[in-house]
Write a protein that binds this ligand. Sequence first.
Ligand code: PRX
Length: 651
Amino acid sequence: MSDDATLDDLLHETRRFPPPEDLAANANVTADVYETAAHGPLAFWEQAARRLTWAQEWEQVLDWQPPFARWFAGGRINVAHNCVDRHVEAGRGDRVALHWEGEPGDSRTITYAQLRREVCQAANALAGLGVSAGDRVAIYLPMIPETVVAMLACARLGAPHTVVFGGFSADSLRSRILDCDARIVITADGGYRRGAASGLKTNVDEALKGCPDVRNVLVVQRTGQDVAWQDGRDIWWHDLVESQSTEHAADSFDSDHPLFVLYTSGTTAKPKGILHTTGGYLAFAAWTHWAVFDLKPANDVYWCTADVGWVTGHSYIVYGPLANGATSLMYEGTPDTPHRGRWWELVEKYRVSIIYTAPTAIRTCMKWGDDVPAEFDLTSLRLLGTVGEPINPEAWMWYREHIGGDRCPIVDTWWQTETGGILISPLPGVHACKPGSAMRPLPGIAAEIYDDHGEVLPRRDAGGYLVLTAPWPGMMKTIWGDDERYREVYWSRFPGAYFAGDGAKWDSDGDIWLLGRVDDVMNISGHRISTTEVESALVSHPQVAEAAVVGAPDPTTGQAIVAFVIPRIADGGTEEAGLAAHLRDHVAKEIGPIAKPRQILVVPELPKTRSGKIMRRLLRDISANREPGDVTTLTDSSVMDQIKEKIPTED
Ligand code: PRX
């Protein structure tokens, strides 16, 4: 959690930004909805589900056998039909679903009618490879339209996908494929990032050395780079998909049928496969997207800058926007290629009206300077969003002034992979937003803040643990293959409540401030990485005897990874510097570049209690340049002095 001084500053934030009058007057959701939802949450969610097209209506809105929920039980639905076909059937086939821009500057415009044809072709192709309902398909692709097509084709067949972010290593890909037993992998030769073609197929080849059950790899040609080929297993997407029929009759699936598995870091070394099911998830993703972004599908151009490999991409690039018939922009590359104004150039080019991004990206743009966005016409924007980590008021204000022209509301949206969609956020037509606060639980969402003993804290000046005390339609079903772990991780700390792992505080107006994780999960640029996962990557190296990892405050990425490592043979000096650099690369290879520690300190010992437990609190103090707190429980108090000697002074 943030230290108290910072928190006090935050809570004295007095600036308020009421909604623009015209937005409030025409808002999709108005203040009265909170009351309606509070009086009858199930009826309220039922209304949200009616925004979709069901093949068969549910018999029961919620079958709740804690902690397992079946939403819209007995209902049958096809997700792809809802995201694509129904818009075409309603006469909106010519509406643009995706404006796609590749990093090198190539672009494609895909209407709903075209998307329907491509999804049907891909579904036919996958069916031809033997994929049927319930089979898992791994997707390891860059940000290209085929990624959306592949996800929807899986959904159409009822085959749960597991999308693995392209920045994850071959090892991470392998463990995910094995955990959910995917038999088909969809990838590309590579993608463009920072002006160069990076390889994906090579990582798949490496990963599959340990996945004997994968029978086919479908490869999209994106960069044209040379790739190794295994005849019989590897198939070009264009060879197989483009010759398929553009018609495919979609079956409907039970509302509780698995839709996707998405891995996320927990407090152990093994990522958890978060399972989301069909009807509740889609109803929730669609409703929250429509409500929080005040989406006007016929007029807005919506852009979520996340990667589809994360849950934000699943819910707010693919399922929510498409279910709502939105027109979206999708961009393949990085914000600074070929120049630092690339994002703002895209906003101008496509007349983007809603943008949804991460605080870390905003802080990076702040660093690049006000003059960069000032060169572009950003007047098409009417609403801004953020997600992934607490946003500091300074970044919030910069976003409002320099991107939003001091006129656009900002929705700071709190949620998690597990929650499927946004749970806490202002509604743009209702609230006077405060810089740095995620404001209120959405209508129908029962959030509380508990103290250590599970007592509800008053909605005034009180901080503790954020919990959800009633189920919501987007909630995860379970951890793939491990119901017990699901129960243990989320429902055991406070029986009867879902424990999110975040600290939060009510301010004196009853608005919520998120305070960061209270467990051993770090948040690096809005991405969850577990300390244990990085530690186990470090100790897998033959030169490492022991490792402890903590998250340290970082002005751009929110938190940064700092590792303390005891080498097997301590030699000191330059050898240690070499080892640190080498270990950073080792972690990138084991997990992926996002998990590369910012700093590795080679130390002779770690601070431990008499029972041998590493005192991370002290390491956190050191890495944040704070004076270490109470050291009396240490076995050897001189350890801290030895570690401090290792801290480079310029840091
Ligand atoms: O700590 C919270 C933080 O990100 C975590 C969820 O990470 P992940 O499952 O990867 O999903 C990220 C995108 C939804 C949360 O437990 N977090 C997310 N949004 C916010 C946030 N912290 C503060 N404010 C937010 N708006």
